[in-house]
Ligand binder design. Structure first.
Ligand code: ZN
Length: 308
């Protein structure tokens, strides 16, 4: 290799290294959060949709989906919020336990994504109570709730403590050149599944991907909508159940065949993509269900009464 080629290769490697450093600090990527909120918007009742629109800041241009990534963008300014995007289980434990798992890295209790979902749901429930609602910023509560409902459905946002939800597992994603760097497994689940699916299957168009996911949601109330939209208990929202599902999917799909240094390709991608798409759908349907439960005049979702 000549001197100039060597320098050029060095620059490429440096650039790729820098690009590697940027990801890994975010939740579902921008596309994942957009998809979850776009799916939710389609299932809002007219009452709930009107309240949501009235709470949105002007920058959202009337669409919740335009603003759902905001909590990732302000993470460095709102440092207190960074532990609210995820929760972790002890290594190799494939179940979620609120008491055991909902704390930040310093052990402070209730500092995790499921507690945040409860908290912002409770804040939004004060909407019709002019005295209590003044205590909260309901615009922020709505955006945080919409964002965290996405995060809790990303399986590796409820991953193992020891690998920080796949953030310390570095693997190749379709390695085709010797210089291709590794990605964090967490970043692959946040971003690269959706990016690759758009390229391979959906004409590089997120709107086409979302429409395809929506088509797969069986809208008979006895199926997906009815099952996903309500909790097993009378609660309006059950983030503990969503987190339990996530860690089970992480154990069964995300971690399997993704040892450090492995190359993940079509086998891994096509066998896990249905899980990624279903989690985006479930996040959206459940977000709509809870917003309908809070803001809908009849508190109905799919003809099933949600007790609030
Ligand atoms: Zn997040």
């Amino acid at each position: 290799m000549g001197k100039f080629e060597f320098l050029w290769a060095g620059r490429v490697i440096l650039l790729l290294l820098l690009l590697q450093l940027i990801p890994g600090i975010l939740g579902w990527g921008k596309e994942g959060h957009y998809a979850t909120c776009k799916i939710a918007e389609a299932y809002l009742t007219s009452d709930a949709s009107a309240v949501v629109k009235s709470l949105l800041p002007s920058v959202a241009k009337g669409n919740l989906s335009n603003i759902c990534s905001w909590p990732d963008e302000i993470r460095l300014n709102y440092r207190w919020s960074s532990s609210l995007h995820f929760c972790s289980t002890p290594d190799f434990r494939c179940n979620y336990d609120f008491k055991r798992d909902c704390h930040d890295t310093k052990g402070q209790e209730n500092r995790c994504v499921t507690a945040a979902i409860y908290n912002y749901t409770m804040q939004l429930m004060t909407y019709n109570d002019s005295y209590s609602s003044k205590r909260y910023n309901l615009t922020e509560a709505l955006i945080f709730l919409a964002h965290f409902m996405g995060d809790v459905h990303q399986p590796l946002h409820v991953g193992f403590l020891g690998d920080r939800g796949g953030n310390t597992i570095n693997v190749h994603w379709y390695k085709t050149h010797w210089y291709q760097m590794k990605y964090k497994l967490h970043y692959i689940w946040d971003n690269l599944f959706i990016e690759s699916a758009m390229k391979k299957l959906y004409s590089n168009d997120l709107g086409v991907m979302i429409k395809s996911i929506q088509k797969n949601i069986t809208d008979e109330c006895s199926n997906d909508l009815g099952k996903w939209g309500v909790c097993a208990t009378i609660e309006v929202i059950c983030p503990g159940s969503y987190a339990s599902e996530s860690i089970r999917f992480a154990c069964k799909y995300a971690y399997i065949n993704a040892m450090p240094g492995a190359t993940l390709n079509d086998d891994y991608f096509y066998s896990r993509l249905p899980v990624v798409e279903m989690r985006l759908a479930q996040g959206g349907v459940r977000l709509a269900a809870v917003l309908n439960g809070i803001f809908g005049s009849k508190s109905l979702f799919c003809n099933i009464e949600i007790t609030s």
